[in-house]
Unconditional design. Structure first.
Length: 274
């Protein structure tokens, strides 16, 4: 151990006390992970690594208790649904006036499905976003999403019934060529682009914890569109860029894999479009 401390202290130009502290933490983390793996194999209780993104309402603090509130573990069975995880997190975080969104691998964890069905794994990492519900208002994220879906459904139905002389939504590629769209695709695009614009209004105000869930809902709607459509325009690429920007501003290091994947999609899309 002493030889290892001396080597890294010299290599990294860090004091030996700091190197000793880091190595000790790595040892403790490795032992804890072995214990968690053994418990999962024997009892089926999974350990999830929780990262709580700091919102605008959070006051900076250097205390250990503050750090513990933003990085901790939750023990849960993967057969439990998202609502069980939500309750455990809200109890841990002592949330009263806040709503939380749980994100894993670039997807919002839903209450009604099991964690296993949502591809949550033992030792998986969960990003938690806290959004404050203002008093005397019903403008929650869920309601805004529902409103966008309702407007899109109404527009789609009117178009199908022939109540529009023209098209209520046209998409053209970068050369101005009109792209034919199915009715279901139009509906998904209206919802996706509406949610994306709403999310951008929060990004402009630097409210990234409110913006990110809306961006993920927009991403879900874009996924319902034909791949050929998304390959012709840059809307989806711009959405991915905004998601990665929010990751960076929220310092979500656990989302680096998803960020890399989205940036690759952006590069491919821009190369095709331009």
């Amino acid at each position: 151990m002493a030889e290892l401390i001396n080597r890294y202290s010299s290599l990294l130009q860090i004091s030996q006390d700091n190197i000793r502290h880091i190595l000790k933490n790595l040892q403790l983390h490795a032992l804890e992970k072995l214990q968690n793996n053994k418990r999962f194999q024997q009892d089926g209780i999974a350990t999830l690594q929780i990262k709580v993104a700091k919102s605008k309402q959070d006051q900076p603090s250097a205390s250990n208790s503050s750090a513990d509130q933003h990085n901790f573990q939750i023990d849960i069975r993967l057969s439990d649904d998202g609502q069980v995880l939500r309750k455990s997190l809200m109890d841990k975080l002592e949330c009263h006036t806040e709503n939380i969104k749980m994100i894993s691998n670039g997807r919002i964890i839903q209450d009604g499905s099991s964690l296993l069905d949502q591809k949550i794994k033992h030792n998986g990492r969960i990003l938690v976003l806290k959004t404050v519900q203002q008093e005397n208002t019903t403008e929650s994220t869920s309601i805004k999403i529902a409103q966008a879906r309702k407007v899109a459904a109404t527009l789609s139905k009117r178009a199908d019934d022939g109540q529009y002389d023209g098209q209520y939504l046209e998409i053209r590629d970068q050369n101005g060529v009109l792209i034919p769209l199915k009715s279901t695709t139009k509906k998904s695009l209206v919802i996706a682009m509406s949610l994306h614009e709403l999310a951008r209004s929060y990004i402009d105000r630097k409210n990234y914890t409110e913006a990110l869930p809306l961006l993920f809902e927009a991403d879900k709607e874009f996924s319902e569109c034909d791949a050929d459509i998304l390959n012709c325009v840059d809307n989806y690429a711009n959405l991915c860029l905004d998601i990665v920007w929010c990751y960076m501003r929220l310092k979500c290091l656990d989302c680096l894999y998803d960020a890399e994947s989205r940036l690759d999609k952006c590069a491919q899309c821009f190369a095709r479009c331009y």
